[in-house]
Design a binder for this molecule. Sequence first.
Ligand code: SF4
Length: 230
Amino acid sequence: MKIGGLQKTTLIDYPGEIACIVFLIGCNFRCPFCYSKELVEEDPNGLFLDEEDFFSFLKKRKGQLDACVICGGEPTLNKEIFDFCKRIKSLDYKVKLDTNGSNPEVLKKLIKENLIDYVAMDVKAPFSKYDKATGAKVDVFKIKESINIIKDSGVDYEFRTTIVPQIHTLNDLKKIALEISPAKRYFIQNFRNDKDLIDPDFKSVIPFNEFEIQKVINEIKQYFEICYLR
Ligand code: SF4
């Protein structure tokens, strides 16, 4: 398992839980607005965190942390993901998986084997704009399948979208809402241009006005139990 980083504490990434975040290397998408460049474009000479050091950390933090968020890159690309989750759960931590939804087979198996307690899936765009939003050739049937697996799973979940001028219009949020609804949680995140991005041209893209995003959220929140700008 190639671990690219560890955030030792977060109060905001797993609703209601104190968690750490482990970042796994590798992704099959190239979203131009992605700011996890070092996790996506693997540097063979890059520094990895030793897996045993990560588990030593988890053992030491028992009683202080409730959960572990597994983030990427795209964690489901790692063949060892099942054993990795099993090992985390054997230490009595809850597991949250952050995923781009491109790998429904792995997602289904993780859920079936009770290896995850919460799933956060990025919905990158309306289905018709997926390739543009991800910089990849995406099989949207797999994305749809993942959405349905998550909604039918009984596992707690959220969908989320980062809204980016040049890729999305504000109206796209309405399209996405209709494509994924009804659903439990849908969070919108505004694009940020203050970090290193996969496509450096996006550094000059000005984010949407939050007031304008909020107006759209007011129209779509009826489709969800919880929906807000995060
Ligand atoms: S934002 Fe896109 S490219 Fe970056 S880690 Fe997520 S899915 Fe991969």
